[in-house]
Design a protein around this ligand. Structure first.
Ligand SMILES: [Zn+2]
Length: 310
């Protein structure tokens, strides 16, 4: 059900049908088919390895080890325990910006970085990123990303998903650090409701949202790979664009617990769907995932190579 962009497939079917019934008219009216578009994004959940991350990721990997043991995968259980120790004890660098941009420059692409701006807005220590975007190193990095053509968007705090005032305050704080307007966003932890979230984002002055997706699996949450204008329950345009989230790094590495050598084929499968349906969708590779602890950079390198035309 979620594996295909059914709305696109139905539209393509109707188009093929119209073209068959009235070849000349349809070709003229419908115009050329659009090219598929992949929106590359990075949610900036961490830029350094904090005590909270050590504890959370250590515990999560112990949990994964027990799950592997239960399912009889002793080797994988050992790997997860090793990961728990690494997360808990070893030093690592979560400043993934240079690694990401090196890969992207080689592929001649630019991406979106969604950044936390909620430092002063009553953030939750447990759920929200621990950095302050006004720190000189982060602020300088964001300005240089924007100068290179990357888009800096907002990653609102965990509690802000239906609170226009709070999203607006976090956006204003991020804009101070960046020195220019912020128009796009993705909600942290993908916290979202159809009734409230787009309305709150629009109320906070944002124009593009890439939240619509699943936390625990890849797929098309509204059955479409389309850049579209959502309507409210009265059928009125809310005034914000939505581009769905098709694939996230953690879908493959954490939730589907893929072996590293299975990741490229899984990525290829999603890219093929997007190409087939001539769709638009976003993908997320987290900035901290380029450190040694996660080791998910290889998947992103594969994705860029597999998507680039040459
Ligand atoms: Zn996040």
């Amino acid at each position: 059900m979620w594996d295909h962009a059914w709305a696109n497939r139905i539209a393509l079917f109707l188009r093929a049908w119209a073209t068959r019934e009235a070849p000349g008219d349809a070709a003229g009216e419908l115009g050329p088919l659009p090219d598929a578009e992949l929106v590359l994004t990075h949610d900036v959940d961490a830029v350094s390895k904090t005590a909270a991350i050590r504890a959370k990721q250590g515990a999560f990997n112990v949990f994964k080890a027990f799950r592997h043991l239960r399912d009889g995968r002793v080797g994988r259980a050992g790997a997860s325990l090793a990961a728990a120790l690494r997360f808990g004890l070893a030093p690592d660098d979560y400043w993934g910006f240079p690694a990401i941009r090196a890969l992207e420059r080689r592929a001649a692409v630019a991406s979106h970085f969604n950044v936390f701006g909620g430092w002063r807005q009553g953030r939750s220590r447990l759920f929200d990123p621990g950095y302050d975007v006004m720190s000189p190193r982060i602020s300088a990095e964001l300005r240089s990303l924007a100068a290179e053509g990357c888009v800096v968007g907002l990653h609102p705090s965990h509690g802000a998903w239906r609170d226009a005032g709070r999203i607006a305050a976090e956006r204003a704080y991020l804009e101070r650090a960046l020195g220019q307007p912020v128009r796009s966003l993705r909600q942290h932890w993908l916290r979202f409701s159809f009734a409230d979230t787009w309305r709150a984002q629009q109320g906070a002055g944002l124009t593009l949202d890439t939240t619509l997706g699943f936390n625990d699996r890849p797929g098309f949450r509204n059955g479409a790979a389309l850049d579209f204008l959502p309507l409210d329950s009265q059928g009125q345009e809310i005034g914000i664009r939505s581009v769905p989230l098709m694939l996230m790094d953690s879908h493959l590495y954490d939730y589907q617990a893929a072996e590293p050598q299975e990741v490229p084929a899984a990525i290829d499968r999603w890219l093929a769907e997007l190409r087939t349906v001539r769709g638009v969708a976003s993908v997320v590779w987290h900035v901290q995932a380029f450190g040694r602890d996660y080791g998910w950079a290889g998947g992103y390198a594969h994705l860029l190579a597999a998507w680039s035309p040459a």
